[in-house]
Design a protein around this ligand. Structure first.
Ligand SMILES: NC(=O)c1ccc[n+]([C@@H]2O[C@H](COP(=O)([O-])OP(=O)(O)OC[C@H]3O[C@@H](n4cnc5c(N)ncnc54)[C@H](O)[C@@H]3O)[C@@H](O)[C@H]2O)c1
Ligand SMILES: [Zn+2]
Ligand SMILES: [Zn+2]
Length: 363
């Protein structure tokens, strides 16, 4: 088969590799129908994630069709369409039993494209298949569910739920990349009073408005703290969600919240940030961190099925799997290409969707 293989910092190629095989009775082999690229894959290519060894197939977000199952797999069968998500669950360890799959100590957690071969490939071996994949309801296209593999549960769990967004809240979201935009989308499920999107890039702020932000602030040219205070009678935001991953934006979030407010950190940090306890100790604030568990995936899937959530607007560019290298170039140059998420190999399955696409193409 062909796959996108990491060759060490700065090196990747779409090349021939051996087909994956069932190694454990709990494995399944899935044919990848649609996959996508994550900012984390770009971090890996920069050499920021040294556990990823050269020769590893990248990718941790896909929708595919089961082609083979191990002897112990009972809930999925060849032919089933499944969402293969960034987090795998052994189903047996203490953390999996508590629903904290991201912390799995039984061999799961974030393993695809990290500790084992990933999903930007024609085929993939999926460990702990029974407890890790989600059947795709009939009638939903790959593109409708693909972004449940990472950005939507990440934004919802680590941002919105950890930040305890409540009806009426002023929610400040720092960073309007795919994660920040998914935070806007899922925060709306909790009917906040006002969503304030903060970013350095005007193009991203325009997207934030499309995704449902009420107010945007370019913190390169405006004082975000002063503007949020002005909007909130001098108090500050109820919740600030960090969706960038640099020290300045974490510290900005701590400055943006009101007394008793909540900071939910989503960004992956590579450098230490300062926690100003000398200012914060008296303000009754809550600060949370987290890796996504994907425990809300079934709920988000139901919302998509019911027409309450439509993540297809994240798909800005489409490629065949064989064009994965080109897709990386487009995704990595997001400032110029305005890419949010690229879809590799996807094609709509619903007749209605096909017709809509054909209409859009004028065929
Ligand atoms: N906790 C988790 O489980 C988890 C899972 C997935 C991704 N992440 C992390 O979430 C973060 C966001 O991911 P993404 O894919 O949206 O990233 P991205 O790089 O596509 O977007 C980041 C956005 O932040 C903006 N930005 C950069 N510096 C800024 C600053 N100083 N002030 C304001 N805005 C600034 C950029 O313009 C961009 O729009 C990353 O750190 C990613 O690694 C965390
Ligand atoms: Zn990811
Ligand atoms: Zn586990």
């Amino acid at each position: 088969m062909k796959a996108l293989v990491y060759g060490g910092p700065g090196q990747r190629s779409w090349e021939s590799v051996p087909d994956p095989r069932i190694l454990e009775p709990t494995d399944a082999i899935v044919r990848i129908d649609s996959a996508t690229i994550c900012g984390t894959d770009l971090h890996i290519l920069k050499g920021d994630v040294p556990e990823v060894t050269p020769g590893t197939i990248l990718g941790h977000e896909a929708v595919g069709t089961v082609v083979e199952v191990g002897a112990a797999v009972t809930t999925i069968a060849p032919g089933d369409r499944v969402l293969v998500s960034c987090i795998t669950s052994c189903g047996r360890c203490r953390f999996c039993k508590e629903g904290h799959y991201g912390l799995c100590t039984g061999g799961g957690g974030w393993i695809f494209g990290h500790l084992i071969d990933g999903l930007q490939a024609e085929l993939a071996r999926v460990p702990f298949a029974d407890t890790s994949v989600y059947k795709v309801p009939d009638g939903l296209s790959d593109e409708q569910v693909l972004f449940l593999a990472d950005i939507l549960p990440t934004a919802y769990e680590v941002g919105v739920l950890n930040g305890r967004v409540e009806p009426g809240d002023t929610v400040a979201i720092v960073g309007a990349g795919p994660i920040g935009l998914a935070t806007i989308m899922t925060a709306k499920l909790h009917t906040p009073g006002r969503i304030v999107a903060i970013d350095l890039a005007d193009a991203r702020l325009e997207k934030a408005l499309e995704f449902g932000a009420d107010v945007t602030i370019n913190n390169g040219s405006e004082d975000a703290v002063a503007k949020v205070q002005e909007l909130t009678g001098g108090l500050g935001a109820d919740v600030a969600i960090e969706a960038v991953g640099v020290p300045q934006t974490f510290e900005l979030c701590a400055d943006l919240i009101r007394p008793g407010g909540r900071v939910a950190n989503v960004g992956v940090h590579g450098h230490s940030a300062t926690l100003h306890l000398e200012k914060l100790w008296i303000r009754d604030v809550v600060i949370t961190t987290g890796l996504v568990d994907t425990s809300t995936t079934p709920k988000l899937l139901k919302l998509i099925e019911g027409g309450r959530l439509d993540p297809t607007q994240f798909a800005t560019h489409r490629f065949s799997l064989a064009q994965t290298e080109e897709a990386y170039d487009v995704f990595a140059a997001a400032a110029e290409t305005h890419a949010l998420k690229v879809v590799l190999g996807g094609k709509p399955v619903g007749h209605e969707l096909v017709e809509r696409e054909e209409l859009a193409l004028g065929v």
